[in-house]
Design a protein around this ligand. Structure first.
Ligand code: SF4
Ligand code: F3S
Length: 106
């Protein structure tokens, strides 16, 4: 499965959702997650993210391992998003800031 990680938080560009053939992205206030039970590993979303926040679980950097569980948990709670929308207003300022998990809104 593919996993959305730290750098999506407070950016939420949403380019990723347009290409997903199975609509497995779910949207929260300032982050998106992938439903691991729906993702078919097509790989299309990974290069679409301007913030490079999407990784295959198989080559997930170790610091992002907590995001496996976060994606699985929040995908059950948040609604599906399948159409691109405006990024968050200050996305460019937050793009690349480290350790944004503390800002995750649920
Ligand atoms: Fe969707 Fe494919 Fe990305 Fe999985 S890898 S979330 S199926 S676009
Ligand atoms: Fe997030 Fe990147 Fe998608 S910032 S909303 S994973 S395009």
């Amino acid at each position: 499965t593919f996993v959305v990680t730290d750098n999506c938080i407070r950016c939420k560009y949403t380019d990723c959702v347009e290409v997903c053939p199975v609509d497995c992205f779910h949207e929260g206030p300032n982050f998106l997650v992938i439903d691991p039970e729906e993702c078919i590993d097509c790989t299309l979303c990974e290069p679409e993210c301007p913030a490079q926040a999407i990784f295959s679980e198989d080559d997930l950097p170790p610091e992002f391992i907590p995001f496996v569980e976060i994606n699985a948990e929040l995908a059950k709670q948040w609604p599906v998003i399948a159409e691109q929308k405006e990024a968050l207003a200050d996305a460019t300022e937050w793009d690349g800031v480290k350790d944004k998990l503390q800002y995750l809104e649920r």
